[in-house]
Write a protein that binds this ligand. Structure first.
Ligand code: DNO
Length: 389
């Protein structure tokens, strides 16, 4: 697979020159300065492309061309927003940038409660604590009816958390769930928000009455509308699975499991409608056999996120090592079935001073560099082995 790296643009502290030194071949990025819903002009797309190429690299994948909330919940302006989306796709297609990652998660993109969960070796990782997440839902967001949606064991954890909660700890949860994980990936939130919880609750209201079937219909509507442009320019759309792969805050989620993936691929049976195989997101649900999913969907995958999670018996999950056996099997599947795919490592640990650098959550330098070294080693060993046969 092509070794790519998510880079956040010219202001990223990790520069393209640094990336060339560590074996990166292609760049994954977006026009982060353009607000959601606005057109990415041909000029802006080309400016980014030239900048990347000027550093001896290529722009392999867009992550993300964001789908506005209104397209997801089916608001009055959705057709206008879809037209804008199509125009951005045309401009990307003309410039030759043809792999587009997006997601169809309402309001909240990915979710974690702890961004620096310590490992025994002194590094730290992202962590999802189900009890703390439920605490946020019930006692911070104060969502009506939330208690009824959590299981008994989790509610017990919430009760004991109540005893030890402090305003500082509550603020950290708000920061982790709304600001730090969302701020850099979704146009909905930023570090400047004065009342992130209020804003969050208001966004949830937009989805009143939108259940799984409605959200599916809206995704189908969106995909059907953009497919002709994808056909014309040879663009591959690849939806990112929901992270974590389960409904959150009463919001439906529709890219969580085998049945969901099967549904959206068949609802719009066009090879340009495909998947970002994020092994990490899918493995965060104990219901998913992520190795089997890779085998089943390799042919409709356009982009791979190499990382993997371990789910604990209480429903918490944590990022696991990039040398996890399941990830080796998944890499082996893609190397065999679809070896030209772009692949990036993801959510690596913070290590060797990363924690002081203020990188976006999950996007350390040393941790990702080590992960890329591991995944590159796996790929080389697999190639060597298959040449021996
Ligand atoms: C988190 C990322 C996601 C992903 C988007 C794609 O680290 O994997 O935010 O980029 O969901 O639209």
């Amino acid at each position: 697979m092509e070794k790519t790296w998510r880079w956040f643009g010219p202001n990223d502290k990790i520069t393209l020159d640094m990336l060339r030194q560590i074996g990166v071949e292609g760049i994954v990025t977006a026009l982060h300065h353009i607000p959601n819903g606005e057109i990415w002009s041909f000029e802006e797309v080309n400016k980014m492309k030239d900048f990347i190429e000027g550093h001896g690299l290529r722009w392999s994948v867009v992550e993300s061309l964001p789908v506005s909330e209104s397209i997801k919940y089916g608001g009055e302006d959705r057709d206008m927003l879809i037209e804008n989306y199509k125009e951005s796709l045309r401009n990307l297609g003309k410039a030759g940038v043809k792999t587009i990652c997006y997601n169809f998660m309402p309001v909240l993109d990915w979710a974690r409660t702890d961004l620096e969960n310590p490992n025994p070796d002194g590094t730290s990782n992202l962590y999802f604590n189900r009890g703390e997440f439920a605490y946020f839902d019930i006692h911070i967001l104060k969502r009506r009816g939330a208690e009824k949606e959590w299981d008994e064991e989790t509610l017990k954890r919430v009760e004991s958390l109540k005893k030890e909660m402090t305003p500082e700890k509550e603020n950290r949860l708000i920061e982790n769930i709304i600001i730090k994980t969302q701020g850099f990936v979704s146009g909905n939130f930023s570090e400047e928000d004065l009342d992130p919880v209020g804003k969050f609750s208001n966004l949830l209201k937009l989805y009143a009455g939108i259940d799984k079937d409605r959200l599916r219909e809206n995704m189908k509507y969106f995909l059907e509308a953009i497919m002709p442009v994808c056909e014309e320019y040879g663009i591959n759309m690849c939806v990112h699975p929901d992270d974590p792969p389960m409904p959150v805050f009463g919001l439906p989620r529709i890219v969580t499991c085998d049945e969901d993936i099967d549904w959206f691929l068949n609802a719009v049976p066009n090879r340009h409608n495909g998947l970002t195989f994020c092994a990490g997101s899918l493995s965060a649900g104990a219901h998913n056999d992520v190795v089997a999913l890779a085998k089943k969907y390799a042919g409709r995958t356009h982009f791979v996120h190499a990382r993997i999670c371990r789910v604990l018996p209480n429903g918490d999950f944590k990022e696991s090592s990039h040398l996890d056996r399941r990830l080796i099997e998944i890499i082996s599947t893609f190397e065999k079935e679809n070896p030209d795919l772009p692949m990036r490592v993801d959510h690596a640990p913070l290590m060797l001073g990363d924690e002081k650098m203020g990188y976006n959550a999950g996007y350390s330098f040393h941790g990702r560099m080590l992960a890329l070294g591991m995944v590159s080693g796996i790929m080389s060993a697999l190639k060597y082995q298959s040449n021996l046969k």
